[in-house]
Design a protein. Structure first.
Length: 132
């Protein structure tokens, strides 16, 4: 077994595609529209299946926002330098909600950013990863 994708519902598909591609450096892998059932899907990632898990953005026609509830946590992305990644996110218009620094009770350096729909993305410093 392996994870194929994570799905997020978004209120403005192009705004979200722009965030994940322009701010976080993902690629738009494919997109499909289903007018009969009133939704559009976009798959993004740093690579495609089967080597990489993907992010599925779902836009339901006419729905501009969603209640995330209390169960959603975050998506995590490995970065080589969390401090530099925060600077890059800010320079590209992204919202850093927790500056880079050590995790409480540990030494791993993390940061958090937020996408246009309010979803949290954790940046975890891993020296062998690709720069945003």
């Amino acid at each position: 077994m392996r994870i194929l994708h994570t799905m997020l519902r978004v209120g403005n598909l192009q705004r979200s595609i722009d965030f994940y591609t322009q701010v976080l450096g993902m690629k738009l892998l494919r997109q499909s529209d289903n007018p009969e059932y009133q939704y559009t899907l976009a798959f993004l990632g740093y690579g495609s299946n089967p080597e990489h898990a993907e992010l599925e953005l779902t836009y339901n026609y006419g729905v501009e926002s969603y209640d995330h509830g209390t169960a959603y946590g975050h998506i995590a992305i490995a970065v080589p330098n969390a401090y530099q990644a925060c600077d890059a996110v800010r320079a590209r218009g992204g919202n850093v909600t927790r500056e880079a620094g050590s995790v409480k009770g540990g030494s791993t350096v993390i940061a958090f950013v937020q996408d246009p729909d309010g979803y949290k993305i954790e940046l975890i410093e891993k020296s062998s990863e690709v720069t945003l």
